[in-house]
Design a binder for this molecule. Structure first.
Ligand code: ADE
Length: 320
């Protein structure tokens, strides 16, 4: 049976093992703004969190407190945003643990404001991280030993980031999830060696034909979307692979905007005529070839995430 998640309304809110009282959360600075509200730094006593001891070891501490990120809904829970946010929370509960996928640590769904408590990534989102690295490299003298060293180390770490995103997406796609908004802004950096896929605001679980067609419109990340996603709102693992190709471009260029000269209104026509992003400066032919495969017009001709992980592993071996 096929099932359209757009029509699924979260059933009655139930307090399960993830439910936390608001009183155990202490809020700090704003980390970012999401589709439904904001993300703030939070402190919570580890005893409130239903995670294994092994997971707890990885959670940053300040004194007795665990450091977490809390996504909060701005409006009341009644509207469409509220339902979608509750769906996002439900989805994170079901996904299960993977080291390259941001984990849920708890939630407050019984009383407003609805909160989703997730792992805190100390180094922020990947896009800001890349742009900061670009500025820091620019401030060093180009051929100084320091600059060459910093660049080589960064290149190896970035290639490893790409492999980790492919591994996380392999896990999600094999479980039947389509992310629909894979982009550097939605990947979180936990350490210079560890990234996790975050923000499941647009993710859908599709267990039959693995294709999700959005019939309601809404704000869509056009420049990360495949031809068929823009033209027909057809999302699939293959359209996530297209977005992975754009993410590759963002990483290689240290956070450039894709197609800066093309207006959103012209994008579909340009792509249909075969236009693709040109090979960026300093991008190896091997990485550009991977991008081009991700941007094959025919979804079936694109690689899957296992194949992408495999080629990235080969490139990483060559680099060490
Ligand atoms: N910004 C948005 N979500 C975040 C998270 N989980 N950790 C750090 N910064 C964030």
């Amino acid at each position: 049976a096929s099932f359209d998640p757009a029509t699924v309304v979260t059933s009655a809110v139930v307090a399960d093992k993830w439910e936390l009282p608001h009183s155990c959360l202490h809020f700090g600075s704003v980390l970012g703004h999401g589709a439904f509200g904001q993300v703030v730094l939070g402190l919570v006593l580890p005893s409130h969190l239903k995670v294994t001891e092994a997971d707890q070891c990885q959670i940053q501490r300040i004194g007795r407190y665990a450091v977490v990120a809390v996504k909060m809904l701005q409006d009341e829970t009644q509207g469409r945003n509220g339902r979608e946010f509750l769906n996002e929370i439900d989805l994170m509960k079901k996904i299960g643990y993977h080291k390259n996928v941001l984990s849920i640590l708890g939630c407050c769904t019984i009383h407003d404001p609805v909160c989703l408590v997730v792992e805190h990534a100390p180094l922020g989102d990947l896009l800001s991280y890349l742009q900061k690295k670009r500025r820091s490299l620019q401030s060093k003298r180009i051929e100084s030993d320091e600059a060459v060293c910093a660049r080589d180390e960064l290149h190896a770490n970035l290639l490893s980031f790409l492999r980790q995103v492919a591994v996380g997406m392999e896990f999600l796609s094999q479980k039947g999830y389509i992310h629909r908004d894979l982009a550097a802004r939605n990947v979180l950096v936990c350490s210079p060696k560890l990234v996790k896929i975050g923000d499941f605001g647009l993710t859908r679980y599709v267990y039959d034909d693995k294709i999700y067609v959005n019939q309601r419109g809404g704000k869509l990340p056009l420049k990360w979307m495949s031809i068929e996603a823009i033209a027909k709102l057809t999302f699939s693992t293959a359209s996530d692979v297209w977005s992975f190709g754009i993410l590759l471009f963002e990483v290689v260029t240290l956070g450039s905007i894709p197609y800066p000269a093309i207006d959103n209104s012209e994008l579909l026509q340009e792509l249909s005529l075969g236009h693709r992003i040109a090979k960026p400066q300093n991008c190896s032919q091997a990485l550009y070839d991977i991008m081009l495969l991700c941007w094959e017009q025919e979804p079936a001709n694109r690689p899957n995430f296992s194949q992408l992980r495999h080629v990235l592993e080969q490139l990483l071996e060559q680099c060490s």
